[in-house]
Write a protein that binds this ligand. Structure first.
Ligand SMILES: [Zn+2]
Length: 283
């Protein structure tokens, strides 16, 4: 059997199992923190369940490096059958990601679209219904989405959430992140001089232009279920700037790189016994 085909099958099976196992993690973040930092923590919570699956994939890649091509082993039907559900979940996630790319919101008030070159799109009708301060507040909010490439981040977040389908915990992590994302962008716009009341007026004015669902776009109104709390928050004074420390990205990235390197080395030198047993069991 071709080495790469066997590797892909095992990654789908074992990586998919690890992802589904860790997708159950509730991942609720209930700490008081500056909204930008809180947004980052929620963003990491979306991706964290994928780390074990990537570790398994790294270990399998290490094992594959030690194998001749084509590999002498054959894969039993049991392994193919066990991998099918994970392949379906992956295929569904890819289809939904492609769908989100091809379908822009048909009805919108103001929205940021574009994965690599985000831009703000405003419905002409919205400009007629909002007064000037509200319109400027809406634009300031959308400019923060542009600055952070939020359409791309929303698209990626939807994809990693779909890979953890059908777990509700993954779906909830996604909606929690979307809500805190809007709060963080509101706060950033207000820190730049926008009045909370103007932004609240813009959000409410945009509601009549209900946006399409499931597209890779960063909207002004965000998730409708989070709106009451968001409007109430906008009408309160902007919280005093809390310690807005960035999470230790470099430490986390270096730690993960080290874990994956160790996994590759372990796969290279100790993978054969485990994989051989697994393949023998599949006949
Ligand atoms: Zn927004």
């Amino acid at each position: 059997m071709e080495r790469e085909s066997l590797l892909a099958t095992l990654i789908v099976l074992l990586g998919g199992s690890a992802l589904q196992l860790f997708a159950v993690w509730p991942g609720r973040i209930d700490i008081k923190s500056a909204s930008r930092r809180l947004e980052r923590l929620h963003w990491f919570a979306l991706w964290w369940p994928a780390a074990p699956a990537l570790t398994v994939a790294a270990w399998l890649c290490g094992w594959a490096l030690s194998q001749p091509d084509p590999v002498p082993d054959h894969v039993g039907t049991l392994i193919f059958m066990a991998a099918v559900p994970f392949a379906i979940v992956g295929g569904r996630a890819l289809v939904r990601a492609a769908w989100a790319l091809c379908h822009s919101p048909r009805v919108y008030g103001i929205v940021t679209v574009g994965l690599l070159r985000p831009r703000i799109v405003v419905a002409p009708e919205l400009a007629k219904t909002l007064d000037e301060p509200a319109m400027q507040a809406a634009l300031a909010h959308e400019r923060t989405h542009v600055r952070h490439f939020d359409p791309l981040r929303i698209w990626l977040a939807q994809f990693i959430t779909d890979l953890q389908w059908p777990w509700n915990s993954a779906r909830r992590r996604f909606t929690d992140w979307l809500a805190i994302l809007e709060q963080a962008r509101d706060d950033e716009a207000r820190a730049g001089g926008v009045e909370g009341a103007d932004l609240a007026a813009a959000v409410l004015g945009s509601l009549r232009f209900q946006l399409g669902v499931g597209t890779a776009a960063a909207t002004l109104i965000g998730r409708t279920e989070a709106l009451p709390a968001r409007i109430a928050r906008l009408l309160r004074p902007l919280p005093e700037s809390e310690r807005d420390e960035e999470p230790p990205y470099l430490v986390v990235a270096a730690g993960l790189a080290m874990v994956w390197l160790v996994a590759i080395v372990l796969g290279l030198f100790c993978g054969e016994r485990l994989i051989g047993t697994l393949l023998a069991m599949s006949y």
